[in-house]
Design a protein around this ligand. Structure first.
Ligand code: ADP
Ligand code: MG
Length: 602
């Protein structure tokens, strides 16, 4: 029987890494958060966060007793629960106290998320850093600054009827109008009983009260918690229609994504996954950017924090103002790193519900899968392929189904775009996680070592494996023509490698050179371009580049010898390369374009 407001506690029974068992005698809810109080050698009593992962059956209890040489009498008539602990368990002892909370693993949403950097538990790293000790376990800070005042403007009045998702008012958060919602899961019709006037408020004071259908009074503050494994409901789901600009030519041109779409980006170590995501962070045409970084080493996280907080966006503003980051820290065990994926998605859905364009980017999604594998391994579940849980495909499918477009009212449509890198072991694209993503995602950007080794960046496979099911800025027939030209380049390059270029038919040799031009000036792009021109390409510039690419493809060119063809194309490539260094919409850009067009006619 569920009894509210009675403190429910238990005691640790057995500890194995970050999965522990505890005895209890009331009730527990699978998925609820439990706090374990342990005695840290240096700091004394600290509380570690955990989640109830399952209630053990009699048979499972016997196994635990047996494996840990525990006398059956210890259990008596008590029940046993398994907890997944989100923090390092060093110093934990059998008998340590467990407190159950009734709260599911959740994200706190409300004004103040932007500009924050969190750990995977949504604890603010800025606060952690103030304690002087970098990312210590057991330090839990409110997810939102509870003292900060926000300029609240009410949008309802006494007597109004509201329910979940209704807008009580708004506050300015950097450049956005942040709507203050009635929590989405309230289905009752409520009648507003009081609402504060336009005033400065913090996120924990009451701004409105309402009476529900049964006459119960409810109070609202500007923030609330939302359980991360439950998607924030759509108002009206619509299909993606607007191209998303990544600023990366090969993506926007050949393998585009749309606002509200999904993309998977698999690649071996060092093939450029992180560089691509960083580029998208800087260049994407979205309102809100959310990053879930599931790296391994603490120093990697420090680097991420330094780099991203210093970034300036395409509009010349600090990126921080529209960004929220979740970085798993080394004090979080590997098995709990899935939490940050769910939390970043939930926060993304919250901003989508505001009617905004949001991008959630996860680097790397493989950590999520590894966490799930370790959990099920420790639990002794029947393993699926490569020891991943049997249902991992369904889990991935469920995650990739959460992004999308939501028409939140007559005027606004929010979009949540999801981009996940994947780091398959041995760069093997046929491993189960990459395969599951490939069959679920709308765009697939496969990175290839043979390209990165030659510095043909971005090392996205141009003509095979990579795909997109979306329409982008470039019409499909033009995309196809470029695809074909790149394919010819590849095929002819293979025969040249075998037999030398003289053996290649002259007209085919011309087609090969055309493909090579597209490869060098259109596909390749230097993310670290010092002039800050080539590193990002706007959709407008991209369209002009494709226009010229089509002129190249369609140019009627013939040469007496292979040598003369080489010479002509070398000259043309030099022109195209210098065109890439000209700023868009300048005289220099126009002049160079005309020169190139002239060369194509000569
Ligand atoms: P991964 O995340 O796949 O391990 P990174 O994104 O860290 O790989 O990239 C490794 C290196 O490759 C970078 O440090 C950089 O030198 C180079 N690189 C990757 N992409 C590009 C690019 N678009 N332009 C220039 N250099 C790149
Ligand atoms: Mg990386």
């Amino acid at each position: 029987m569920k009894q509210k407001n009675v403190p429910r506690t238990g005691k640790l029974l057995a500890i194995q890494d970050s999965l522990v068992q505890a005895v209890y005698d009331t009730y527990v809810v699978v998925g609820e958060i439990a706090w374990i109080t342990i005695t840290d050698q240096k700091r004394g009593a600290i509380k570690l966060k955990s989640e109830v992962s399952q209630v053990l059956t009699k048979k499972q209890i016997r196994t635990v007793l047996l494996e840990n040489s525990i006398e059956a009498s210890v259990i008596e008539n008590k029940k046993v629960v398994e907890l997944q602990v989100f923090e390092d368990l060093t110093d934990a002892k059998v008998g340590d106290k467990v407190e159950f909370t009734d709260n599911l693993l959740s994200a706190t949403v409300g004004p103040g998320l932007l500009g924050e950097i969190y750990d995977g538990n949504q604890s603010r790293l800025s606060e952690q850093l103030k304690t002087g000790e970098f990312m210590e376990r057991g330090n839990h800070f409110p997810s939102l600054d509870e003292e900060k005042l926000w300029d609240f403007t009410p949008l309802v009045k006494v007597g109004d009827k509201v329910s979940g998702g209704a807008t009580l008012g708004w506050v300015p958060e950097y450049k956005i109008q942040h709507k203050i919602f009635v929590p989405f899961d309230i289905t009752d019709d409520l009648t507003i009983e009081s609402i504060v006037e336009k005033s400065e408020r913090n996120v924990v004071e009451t701004i409105a009260t309402a009476i529900d259908e049964s006459g119960q009074k409810r109070e609202f503050v500007m923030s609330f918690k939302w359980s991360v494994k439950i998607p924030i409901p759509y108002v009206k789901r619509t299909i993606p229609t607007q191209p998303f600009s990544t600023g990366v030519r090969i993506l926007d041109g050949q393998h585009p994504i749309m606002h509200g779409g999904t993309a998977g980006c698999p690649g071996g170590f060092g093939t450029g996954k992180t560089v691509i995501l960083q580029g998208i962070f800087k260049n994407a045409n979205v309102d809100i950017l959310i990053g879930g970084f599931c790296g391994e080493r603490a120093n990697e996280i420090v680097e991420v924090l330094k780099e991203y907080t210093a970034l300036i966006d395409i509009y010349g503003n600090p990126l921080k103002e529209r960004m929220c980051l979740f970085a798993n820290t080394s004090s979080m065990p590997v098995v709990s790193r899935e939490a940050s994926v769910y939390i970043s998605l939930t926060v993304g859905e919250y901003y989508r519900r505001q009617g905004l364009k949001v991008a959630v980017m996860v680097d790397s999604f493989s950590r999520f899968a590894q966490a799930r594998r370790e959990q099920s391994g420790k639990r002794g579940d029947i393993p699926g392929e490569e020891s991943f849980p049997m249902n991992i495909k369904e889990e991935i499918r469920a995650i990739f189904n959460r992004p999308g477009c939501d028409q939140v009212n007559d005027k606004e449509t929010g979009a949540l775009t999801f981009i996940a890198t994947v780091s398959p072991a041995g760069a093997n694209l046929s491993e189960p996680i990459t395969r599951a993503i490939k069959t679920t995602t709308g765009a697939f950007w496969a990175l290839d070592r043979s390209l990165s080794e030659r510095s043909w960046y971005p090392a996205v496979r141009r003509t095979d494996i990579s795909f997109s099911k979306y329409e982008g800025f470039i019409p499909a027939d033009i995309r196809k023509a470029v695809h074909k030209s790149l394919e010819i380049r590849q095929d002819v390059a293979d025969s040249i490698a075998l037999e030398g270029e003289e053996k290649v038919d002259l007209s085919l040799f011309v087609d090969y050179h055309k493909g090579l031009l597209l490869e060098f000036f259109l596909m390749q792009q230097d993310a670290f371009c010092e002039l800050k021109i080539d590193n990002q390409t706007s959709s407008e510039r991209l369209k002009v580049m494709y226009e010229v690419s089509m002129q190249i493809i369609n140019a009627d060119l013939s040469f007496p010898t292979h040598k003369s063809a080489n010479k002509y194309f070398q000259g043309l490539l030099r022109q195209l390369k210098s065109w890439n260094r000209e700023k868009f919409e300048t005289d220099g850009f126009e002049e160079m374009k005309q020169k190139i067009e002239q060369t194509l006619k000569d």
